[in-house]
Design a binder for this molecule. Structure first.
Ligand code: ATP
Ligand code: MG
Length: 199
């Protein structure tokens, strides 16, 4: 599952858990993006912070892990490179790429999409506020994209950042350790302001 994870939240974790269960996956690898090319123009937190929050959020699940392939590769992140690197590191593995309905809508604009669908099976999951549909994906071969309804969590990283910036709680939207990491590193706060108690 690729994402900016700025910060990782329970919507990401439920999506991963549901897809793992329904597709009987052995593991879910969370892959924080390096430079997210679609998010150029807005400030993204340092890759190490996003990586560590992802590690904290997934540490207790033996089937979840985090890969550094995208943050250690120079330049902007393209999913086709992510899939190639993961296959190189895990030869013979069958890959599934988990994506929310909003990202699925734009997938044909991703660089190297023709090759991408040969490297992994894509699973598009429902997300409140977006329509889950693959009608625009008709040109992709049968069985390469699956759609899955998952429990709806209307949580976004954008909303979590906004809340943290305005001193509104993010408890229960993100895992406890991530709430505390955001406070400890003073992420998303207007410049110059600090908050030490994580509330
Ligand atoms: P931002 O608001 O910064 O774009 P985000 O909440 O969309 O953050 P991303 O890191 O951009 O999170 O998303 C990573 C992947 O997780 C994408 O495929 C996205 O569609 C999916 N996703 C994010 N939030 C949810 C959610 N609440 N339910 C289902 N899928 C989600
Ligand atoms: Mg997003």
């Amino acid at each position: 599952m690729g994402g900016t994870f700025d910060p990782i939240h329970h919507g990401h974790l439920v999506a991963a858990s549901e897809v793992a269960h329904r597709f009987d996956l052995d593991d879910v690898v969370f892959v924080p993006t390096g430079e997210p090319w679609q998010k150029q123009g807005r400030t993204v937190s340092p890759a190490e912070d996003r990586y560590l929050m992802t590690v904290i959020a997934t540490a207790s699940n033996p089937r979840f892990s985090v890969s550094r392939v995208d943050i250690d590769r120079r330049g902007p992140t393209f999913t086709v490179d992510t899939l190639r690197d993961l296959l190189r590191q895990n030869p013979g593995t069958e890959l599934f790429f988990i994506t929310g309905a909003d990202a699925l809508e734009k997938i044909l604009t991703w660089r190297g999409w023709e090759e991408m669908f040969g490297l992994a099976t894509f699973v598009g999951v429902s997300r409140p506020g977006f329509e889950l549909s693959d009608t625009h994906l008709a040109e992709i071969g049968d069985g390469r994209v699956h759609l899955l309804e998952i429990p709806a969590l209307a949580i976004s990283s954008t909303e979590c950042r906004r809340r943290a910036a305005e001193d509104v709680p993010v408890w229960y939207l993100v895992p406890d350790g991530v709430v505390q990491y955001i406070a400890k590193r003073n992420l998303y706060r207007p410049e110059g302001s600090t908050r030490l108690d994580g509330t």
